[in-house]
Design a binder for this molecule. Structure first.
Ligand code: HEM
Length: 540
């Protein structure tokens, strides 16, 4: 009898386990056990023809801020709610990893911060983040200005040549110019290497663009074809990719060797107090190599540098591209920015102090990141089953998700959500100056600039995760201040010299996405020297 009881118990127990598992599965497939998650049925055609994040927006308006997107057997949960985003990114961050994104990026970035496993990430984040200290950023301000100056003199020369033919404007693809500028800046800032791409072409530059192209292709392709064992030898593009990677890796290996050969070991505090004004090499690589007690192997260091090269290049180029795209459609706002720039930047050039006074230009950068976030989607995969909190426009009870659930947090949807923004699709840099209480939204703290005193740019803290251009929580961007200062300086210096117009209509500028949102055929613009009449224009 005793035995039969325990057999019954065991049977019941295992039946419960099975029931629970099958409930979880059925609930997930049918829409969540706590409340019922709406389902959007994606057609394969939705993946082509237009960027996926446009369709995700339409379904967000239709199905609410947490829904399941089913593509045949594959399903994703799409999140467009600040409370749920805050939970996944910050409150329960370590129950999620980068999922599909890590699969795509690992062959390029190895164990760099973005795809790294948790253990490696913890070690390297602790070492890399202190490298972006104040004196480093101050030294970078000068470098940003010097590099922008190089781009400007190139454009001035092109204009001069036109003047001699009696014409006063040039036509060019500004997206390509911004891409070169951002590449030069990231090379110098991260490993003190001057790509010089504003003025020349080189095998290393070609290899960087080739690698970015492949990373982009992979992030829009849904079968990991590069994992097939013979792909590297059979598919010509894969061979080219392998060669491009080798060119960059050889270049980085050389720089690492050089930095290690000239290593001057010291501790973090002393490194952060170095005389950055007079340093020949103020790069992050120098900091990482010289840090006492961190004997990192060359492979890890190379993965770190490669990650920052890729993470910091196209993202910043894209911010500048969309800022100009938006300003060109709002000449009044371009003039307002130019009036501020004229009042703030002296003939001696831009400094950290002047950057602090360029409030309107800074807000333009933030507003461009709101409308065109880079990347538009954050990708996560749950490491265990979890219960997502209820969102504003979803079921208030929240949803249970099984382990292994793939999640897209749509920054694009959050940044254009009609529930959190007035005129969400309009370009209004001034919006960040106004506090919004939104007391009616349970669980969301609203928008309050005073929540982040001293911050030069609005961030996810101010908006309680309704505005998160650099993500949030422990995996937040390490290069945010670098990127924001770089784009503010480059934009201010260009607007100081030139008036910009789009060559065609705004509608003719088609969007494409991989990791970032960029144009299909470049940002074709007309550029001319500025006419400096701005009397009566206020910029506050
Ligand atoms: C992470 C955006 C520039 C290095 C991220 C994330 C976002 C982001 C949204 C979070 C990704 C996630 O949670 O999945 C941007 C934007 C930039 C920019 C919009 C330019 C405007 C830079 C620069 C660097 C950089 C200049 C380096 C110099 C990184 C790294 C991570 C990261 C290393 C991974 C952090 C971690 O997982 O610990 N970035 N980024 N980014 N970014 Fe940036």
């Amino acid at each position: 009898r005793c035995q039969s009881t325990s057999t019954d118990e065991k049977r019941n127990k295992s039946r419960n386990v099975l029931d629970n598992a099958s409930n979880l599965l059925t609930n997930f497939l049918s829409g969540g056990s706590i409340g019922s998650m709406p389902v959007a049925e994606g057609a394969v055609s939705d993946l082509f023809g237009k960027p996926l994040f446009f369709s995700l927006y339409d379904w967000f308006i239709q199905h609410g801020s947490v829904y399941k997107l089913a593509f045949g057997p594959k399903a994703f949960v799409v999140v467009s709610d600040p409370i749920v985003a805050r939970y996944i990114l910050r409150e329960n961050a370590f129950s999620y990893d980068k999922g599909v994104l890590a699969d795509i990026l690992e062959p390029i970035m190895g164990k760099g911060l973005i795809p790294a496993d948790l253990e490696t990430w913890k070690q390297r984040r602790r070492v890399i983040a202190p490298g972006f200290h104040t004196l480093y950023l101050e030294a970078m301000v000068r470098m940003f200005a010097n590099c922008s100056e190089r781009s400007i003199s190139k454009l001035e020369k092109l204009l001069e040549a036109k003047h001699s033919q009696g014409e006063h404007e040039i036509e060019l693809d500004l997206e390509a110019e911004f891409s070169n500028l951002a590449l030069d800046i990231i090379g110098l800032g991260v490993f003190n290497y001057d790509f010089g791409s504003v003025t020349k072409e080189s095998p290393v530059i070609k290899a960087v663009y080739g690698t970015l192209f492949e990373a982009e292709h992979r992030s829009t392709f849904y079968i990991p074809y590069w994992k097939f064992p013979l792909a590297r030898w059979l598919v010509p593009r894969q061979r080219k990719f392998a060669n491009d990677l080798k060119v960059i890796n050889d270049c980085l290996d050389g720089l690492i060797k050089n930095a290690k050969d000239t290593r001057q070991e010291t501790d973090v505090e002393k490194l952060q107090q170095r005389d950055y004004k007079n340093l020949k090499d103020a790069s992050l690589l120098r900091f990482l190599v010289d840090m006492r007690g961190v004997d990192v192997d060359d492979r890890q260091l190379r993965d770190d540098l490669m990650t920052m090269l890729i993470a910091g290049h196209e993202t910043t180029a894209a911010v500048l591209t969309w800022a100009v795209f938006l300003l060109a459609q709002h000449p009044d706002k371009m003039k307002k920015a130019q009036a501020e720039i004229d009042a703030v930047i002296s003939e001696d050039g831009i400094t950290l102090e002047s950057l602090k006074k360029l409030e309107y230009v800074r807000l333009i950068i933030s507003e461009s990141l709101r409308l065109y976030p880079q990347p538009p989607l954050l990708i996560r995969r749950s490491l265990k089953s979890d219960v997502l909190p209820g969102g504003y426009n979803g079921d208030k009870d929240g949803y249970q998700i099984p382990s292994g659930t793939d999640i897209f947090i749509s920054i694009y949807n959050l940044h254009r959500s009609p529930y959190y923004w007035e005129n969400p699709n309009e370009f209004e840099p001034e919006r960040f100056l106004v506090q919004r209480d939104n007391n009616n939204i349970e669980g969301w703290a609203g928008f309050d600039p005073s929540r982040s005193p001293g911050a030069l740019y609005p961030n996810e803290v101010v908006s309680d995760f309704a505005f998160l251009p650099f993500g949030g929580g422990p995996r937040r961007c390490v290069g945010d201040q670098f990127a924001l200062m770089e784009s503010t300086i480059a934009l201010a210096m260009i607007l100081q010299k030139f008036d910009v117009e789009l060559k065609g209509s705004p509608e003719s500028v088609e969007l494409v996405t991989g990791a970032t949102i960029h144009t299909k055929n470049g940002l074709l613009c007309k550029l001319k020297n500025r006419s400096r009449v701005h009397e009566g224009v206020e910029f506050r």
